[in-house]
Design a protein around this ligand. Structure first.
Ligand SMILES: Cc1ncc(COP(=O)(O)O)c(C=O)c1O
Length: 426
């Protein structure tokens, strides 16, 4: 399923002309194809299955979470991964069942743990001994816990989204004996139910062998701790990180084929190592929502610098699109009114924030843009709205879901009053 289609004079999403949305809602505007997201959720559910293994998919809410999104994920029958009080609160306010929520984070606060315990979040993933101590001081009824591990896998992705290099801030190393002590503390605690181990090796990964490597190392670890400490791991959570296509340089692998191989590999390795089949979990975020989203901007000034660099300025900025500045991420864009027009030259698409680094696309091949036309930036469904800020006191755009000839606002555009709502005068 394609999230949108191009004609000579516009871009269509689910039967809706994106130009009509700019008239209705203004720009900048985040637009998400709701059926595409539902379809992705179902694709994951249909393919991450194995006849011998119990499997669960947690949608990683950091990629994109609002009340409507939490409802959608619930309706599609996926579970949910949250990492903060705000994500947890959003999920609960959307009536997402806490029995399908896993709580992550590398420095959960006392308030966050209280809230998670009070609302009976299914599993809390412990990142470090301090967090465990904090939880032990609070826990007063049975609570499932897991431990986040770092197996030291070098996934080939941007340094900032790679999470299991040996010097990563996340989890405890499988090479440290203290990790076993933390596990034993959980196992021996009368109220903690230690269910297993978690790992997330990074994001935007295109090489499936990284996930095989991750699984291999964790299964070896499971065998070793069973043999040496009689610790049995019932749940193995491999995290998220499945890559998506932002530009033609990106080549995501086919999850349909891959999950079957991965789950077979886990089953066969368990047989070989004589360990029990774990309940296998994954936490895709980006791969569920990224390609469903576009951002629409209005083109403002055009500028050619003294050194002949061609800029297109848009009415958004790094405040609604931070990934280029953060990870040197690349994007593709088209002019909404004539998306198939032949490209003329390379432009830099820049925002209106007071930062030289406020570039949305460093090199975008476009026809000569006209002031007042709209620019559609593709693949902005993940880590865009969720990473948006009010830098320069710019307002956060609305988010619209498009579904079968219809569009509905799921996040209203921020207003100037919203912007001031938390400020206090002297
Ligand atoms: C623990 C954990 N799980 C899942 C994810 C989701 O990753 P992605 O959106 O690349 O699938 C992340 C992303 O940072 C993560 O930290």
């Amino acid at each position: 399923m394609q999230p949108y289609s191009l004609t000579a004079s516009t871009i269509m999403m689910n039967g809706v002309d994106l130009q009509s949305l700019t008239q209705r809602y203004g720009t900048p505007l985040y637009v998400m194809n709701e059926s595409f997201i539902r379809n992705q959720a179902q694709r994951f559910k249909a393919t991450f299955v194995h006849e011998h293994l119990k499997t669960t998919i947690f949608y990683a809410s950091k990629a994109f979470l609002t009340l409507a999104m939490a409802q959608l994920i619930d309706e599609e029958g996926l579970s949910l991964d949250v990492v903060s009080l705000g994500e947890l609160h959003t999920a609960l306010k959307a009536n997402f069942p806490p029995s399908r929520i896993i709580f992550h984070g590398n420095n959960k606060t006392s308030l966050e743990l209280d809230y998670a315990l009070k609302h009976h979040v299914e599993t809390i993933v412990i990142d470090n001994p301090y967090e465990l101590q904090l939880l032990i001081e609070k826990v007063s009824r049975p609570q499932k816990v897991m431990l986040r591990l770092n197996p030291g896998v070098e996934a080939h992705t941007h340094e900032y989204i790679s999470t299991t290099k040996h010097d990563s801030k996340f989890g405890l190393s499988i090479n440290d004996v203290e990790t076993i002590e933390v596990m034993k503390t959980m196992i021996n605690h009368p109220l903690l139910d230690f269910t297993g181990i978690h790992c997330h090796i990074g994001s935007q990964i295109f090489d499936p062998s990284s996930f095989h490597k991750e699984a291999q190392l964790l299964l070896e670890y499971m065998r070793d701790i069973k043999d040496n400490y009689d610790i049995e791991i019932k749940t193995l959570n491999l995290g998220g990180g499945f890559g998506v296509k932002y530009t033609d340089e990106d080549t995501p692998f086919d999850i349909q084929l891959y999950f079957h191989d991965l789950l077979d590999f886990i089953k066969n390795t368990c047989d070989e190592y004589q360990i029990i089949y774990p309940h296998v979990c994954i936490e895709p975020g980006r791969s569920i929502v990224a390609e469903a989203g576009v951002t629409i901007y209005t083109i403002g000034a055009l500028k050619t610098t003294h050194s002949s660099k061609h800029f297109v300025f848009v009415d958004g900025s790094m405040a609604d699109h931070i990934r280029t500045a953060l990870y040197q991420a690349k994007y593709e864009a088209r002019i909404l009114e004539r998306p198939l027009d032949p490209h003329d030259r390379i432009y830099s698409v820049a925002g209106k924030a007071c930062e030289t680094g406020d570039i949305l696309i460093h090199e975008s091949s476009l026809p000569t843009p006209n002031i007042g036309e709209h620019l559609v930036v593709f693949t902005t469904g993940a880590y865009h709205y969720s990473m948006a800020s009010n830098y320069n006191r710019l307002l956060k755009p609305a988010v619209v879901f498009v579904n079968e000839d219809d569009a509905r606002v799921v996040v209203k555009a921020q207003t100037l009053d919203d912007l001031l709502s938390s400020d206090v005068m002297l």
